[in-house]
Design a protein around this ligand. Structure first.
Ligand code: FRU
Length: 472
């Protein structure tokens, strides 16, 4: 296999070259899924932002399209570029709505297309500027518009930091024509929830309805005490389109994915009505693992997930289309009398593994990307929580212990523990108890780190299954 193929993920989106961060413009247009991303094509580090672009029909196989937006307008985006935003089809045309970023000035801009690949920036940009901000908001941190349609109108949710202190607000705007926008109120403020989990600036908001409940997604920066510094959370409730206010169903926000590499998720709706989410599979304050490995690109997006809501909790599972790429299934029922067991058939780096067992009094789990000497990515259940420990699969890249482990909850009444691992060479996305919790991590396994083991402190009956994933 050539070096290029070896260093590419099998089914995760990366830039063709260079750096990527947030997913942008995740949407359906012209019989295709469009996924854009924050992109610096020239370097493996963040730089003036372009919008990279891929299209596909099944979330697994993607075609690179030409770069959709470049930093080329001195008046509003040529210095730091086209920051995050979203996309919408409106009256037959396809619009990208993004933040133009120059020195201490962030404004909302649009670009339009009638074929889904060539985008023309609107002459009247920006469509939202300093004059459109409510009092106290700062034009230096006014970004990440998410647009959606309701009742013939297009709404925009956009984040604005206050001029002083670590306060920020999500603002609502609406339009009938994409170019003239009216202010519609404050949707959410990080003062409101009175929780440290809302950090400073609430980046990349998203909002959608699942079974009659509105779900608001926020990626707050600088969350106190958080292992990743920046996190992504959600809160459920109801958006009042009259006042703009979001009435929260509960005070607390919850983290969407408890892993080490998940930030700035964005969602879209498929024609068959599913709500699908993708995120940046990395986070700020760290160098993406592929850049450290010299893969020729930096960063990737998570594999898209279907979202459902149950009792106010967001469930996430990989989109079902991945199953079309399953090649060989292996299943075994194992009685493990404590200790560790090597399962040759489960070894590999690009696969979907599930293990199921009854909750035990001790520790029960799996080690993948393992070299046979105890150095693997360990995921185990113990005392109602699932822990992920990647300390042995990231070499010496991340000296801080805080980025090496992660913990998530299991349902308190779980009769069975189910761990699903979606592995792709440098990443593992873990789904616990059918999507009740999720943890995403990137890893840097050596060639020898390819084996899979299960382990337990006690006697346990485990069902294991593996599907290889092959994307040609
Ligand atoms: C989130 C973010 C956004 C911004 C973009 C810049 O990761 O900081 O707020 O638009 O990245 O690349």
């Amino acid at each position: 296999m050539d070096k290029e193929k070896q260093t590419r993920y099998a089914f995760h989106v990366t830039g063709q070259t260079g750096w990527i961060n947030d997913p942008n413009g995740f949407s359906w247009y012209g019989d295709k899924i469009h996924l854009f991303f924050q992109h610096n094509p020239y370097k493996n580090t963040w730089g003036p932002m372009h919008w990279g672009h891929v299209t596909g029909t099944d979330f697994v196989k993607w075609t690179y399209e030409k770069i959709a937006l470049s930093p080329d307008r001195p008046r509003y985006d040529s210095i730091f570029g086209a920051f995050s935003g979203s996309a919408i089809e409106f009256q037959g045309k396809y619009y990208l709505v993004y933040t133009g970023c120059n020195l201490r000035r962030q404004t909302q801009c649009i670009a339009v297309s009638d074929n889904g690949v060539d985008f023309t920036k609107y002459d009247g940009n920006p469509v939202l500027d300093k004059k459109d901000l409510p009092k106290k908001s700062s034009i230096a941190n006014f970004r990440d518009p998410k647009v959606w349609e309701k009742g013939g109108k297009v709404y925009m949710l956009v984040s604005a930091k206050n001029k002083y202190g670590g306060r920020s607000r999500l603002l609502l705007y609406h339009t009938n024509n994409m170019t003239e926008w009216s202010y519609g109120g404050v949707v959410f403020s990080n003062q409101k929830a009175k929780t440290a989990a809302l950090g400073h600036m609430m980046e990349c908001p998203d909002i959608f309805t699942l079974g009659g409940t509105d779900v608001l997604i926020i990626s707050p920066q600088k969350v106190k005490g958080h292992k990743n510094r920046d996190a992504s959370v959600y809160v459920t409730g109801k958006l009042n389109y009259g006042t703009g206010g979001f009435e929260c169903a509960e005070k607390n926000v919850r983290e969407i994915d408890n892993g080490t590499d998940f930030y700035a998720p964005q969602t879209m709706q498929t024609p068959d009505g599913r709500r699908v989410m993708a995120a940046w599979m990395a986070t700020w304050n760290r160098v993406p693992i592929n850049a450290l490995l010299g893969c020729g690109y930096a960063g990737a997006l998570t594999f898209p997930r279907e979202l459902t809501l149950s009792d106010g909790r967001l469930f996430q599972n990989p989109v079902r289309e991945i199953e079309r790429y399953y090649t060989e299934r292996y299943e075994e029922k194992i009685t493990l009398l404590g200790g560790t067991r090597y399962i040759e058939e489960l070894s590999g780096k690009v696969q979907n593994i599930t293990i199921e067992f009854l909750p035990t009094g001790g520790k029960t789990g799996i080690s993948v990307f393992d070299d046979g000497k105890g150095n693997g990515l360990k995921i185990y259940y113990e005392n109602r929580t699932v822990t992920l420990d990647r300390s042995k699969v990231i070499r010496d890249f991340y000296p801080s212990p805080s980025a090496t482990t992660a913990v998530c909850d299991t349902p308190s009444d779980a009769k069975k523990i189910k761990l699903r691992l979606l592995m792709d060479k440098y990443s593992c996305e873990v789904f616990v108890c059918d999507g009740y919790s999720a943890m995403t991590t990137t890893v840097a396994p050596l060639d020898a780190q390819i084996k899979t083991y299960i382990f337990s402190d006690e006697e346990v009956f485990v069902t294991v299954a593996r599907d290889r994933i092959e994307v040609k």
